[in-house]
Design a protein around this ligand. Structure first.
Ligand code: FNR
Length: 422
């Protein structure tokens, strides 16, 4: 043992260090405050949400190869710091689809959201409104267009359309979205059929959940989820009558696998606001979407939930940007779990980013406050990365600010949870 000169502890010194926290009844707030990143929110979400709902969010298609690769690719990007650059503050504001956003990311459309946590779309839209960022409502949302507009009247609400077999119903949805002030339409084109989500199959997932012995055991240690679920109005899906069928059956009965670019032109003619085509991964499709009149593209593989082994969105970005140039805006999603992922995407040519799971983990961890916490954590990570990179504004983030490590061998440093799940 080395030599140390010891003294008696000084009680006065000790007293000045003591920080006993007053007992708090705001357990949700305390829990969320202790989360340092989205992975922590995911861990809280997992503890508090029945396995079927958590896995529906966390899982992806097939062997989840695309979902896993997205994370590996983000991990392999280096952000280049710039020293002594005199950047006192970094401004994260930007514009997308013709209007401002206080942060360079928004909330992606997700279906069945009240199944994850009862506050669902109302929590997402209100948290987005508060943060000054766009919220996207899915066609498969569990709150209606009008309910979201009423919950977040000052928010930038976007609507996501799956083109239905019934064209008149699609048209009616677009008219309702326009009337409710939704300014941007995302037309999702990567779901001609449902992806194969093996976790859902294994969990025997149904909406609403079936009360089996397994579900009851699950409920016994997730009481808050079940209490919320049983004491709020039952899950409803806009214009879906057979909501007790399993997911692929619902999706397959609703979507039209014979869709083509003429259908996109039909939508373009109907929708007067900004229109983004969501699910583009190749130059060829980007060119066709542009020719059909899109204002922008969402480079996305649906979070790896559709075609397993589809290209990673981050890697598809360069090809799509080269095809459309600066004429079209490009939004990127799939795999974003940190502010560094957002910054890397903006450097690589995306104009904006959407978050799916990252916000749902927040929602499952603590309703609207949880979504706010997720946004806050990501925003702080973006801000600190920009400051360390010497970027005063989003415009300063470009190709020269990133580098790819090709042989990324440091998987030992990746959190174990990052290696499993999506
Ligand atoms: C989705 N996504 C999605 N996309 C869409 O256009 N309409 C939808 O109804 C849904 N539903 C949905 C549910 C759940 C639970 C998830 C996780 C995702 C895809 C979503 O918009 C987005 O493309 C991905 O979530 C992005 O990947 P990350 O951020 O989840 O990794």
């Amino acid at each position: 043992m080395g030599h140390l000169e010891r003294r008696r502890p000084n009680p006065a010194e000790l007293a000045s260090l003591i920080r006993f926290r007053a007992p708090t009844f705001k357990r949700r707030a305390a829990r969320l405050k202790a989360a340092a990143d989205i992975w922590d929110l995911r861990a809280i979400a997992k503890r508090r949400t029945p396995a079927a709902a958590f896995d529906y969010v966390d899982g992806a298609a097939g062997r989840e190869i695309t979902a896993r690769r997205a994370r590996q690719v983000f991990d392999s990007v280096e952000l280049i710091p710039r020293i002594l650059h005199g950047t006192a503050q970094s401004d994260m504001a930007t514009t997308i689809a013709g209007a401002p956003s206080r942060l360079p990311f928004g909330i992606a459309p997700t279906g069945f959201t009240r199944f994850m946590q009862s506050e669902g779309e109302i929590a997402g839209s209100r948290a987005a409104q508060q943060a000054g960022i766009p919220f996207s409502l899915s066609t498969m949302g569990t709150r209606s267009i009008e309910e979201v507009a009423a919950a977040a009247p000052e928010g930038r609400n976007w609507f996501q359309l799956y083109l239905w077999k019934d064209r008149e119903k699609s048209k009616a949805l677009l008219q309702r979205a326009a009337a409710a002030g939704f300014d941007t339409l995302l037309v999702t084109v990567d779901t001609p059929v449902a992806g194969q989500r093996h976790r859902d199959t294994r969990n025997g997932m149904t909406i609403p959940p079936e009360l089996t012995l397994k579900t009851l055991v699950d409920a016994s240690y997730r009481p808050e989820w079940w209490f919320n679920f049983l004491t709020t109005d039952s899950l409803k899906f806009a214009s879906l009558s057979d909501s007790s069928a399993d997911l692929p059956t619902i999706i397959n009965s609703m979507f039209d696998s014979s869709l083509d670019f003429d259908d996109l032109k039909w939508i373009r003619a109907l929708w007067k606001g900004k229109l983004f085509v969501k699910g583009v991964l190749t130059a060829e499709d980007a060119a066709k979407a542009a020719a059909a009149g899109a204002d922008g593209l969402v480079v996305s593989n649906h979070g790896g939930r559709q075609l397993d082994r589809a290209p990673v969105a981050f890697e598809a970005l360069a090809e799509v940007r080269a095809e459309v140039g600066e004429g079209l805006e490009i939004i990127l999603d799939s795999g974003i779990m940190s502010g560094a992922d957002i910054v890397a995407s903006l450097c690589a040519g995306a104009d904006f980013v959407l978050i799916g799971r990252a916000y749902l983990y927040g929602l499952m961890a603590g309703g609207q406050e949880g979504v706010t916490r997720a946004i806050e954590l990501l925003a702080k990570e973006v801000e600190v990365a920009m400051q360390l990179m010497g970027a005063a504004s989003i415009k300063d983030l470009g190709e020269s600010s990133i580098r790819r490590r090709h042989a990324c061998q440091d998987t030992a440093w990746v959190r174990p949870s990052a290696q499993t799940g999506a």
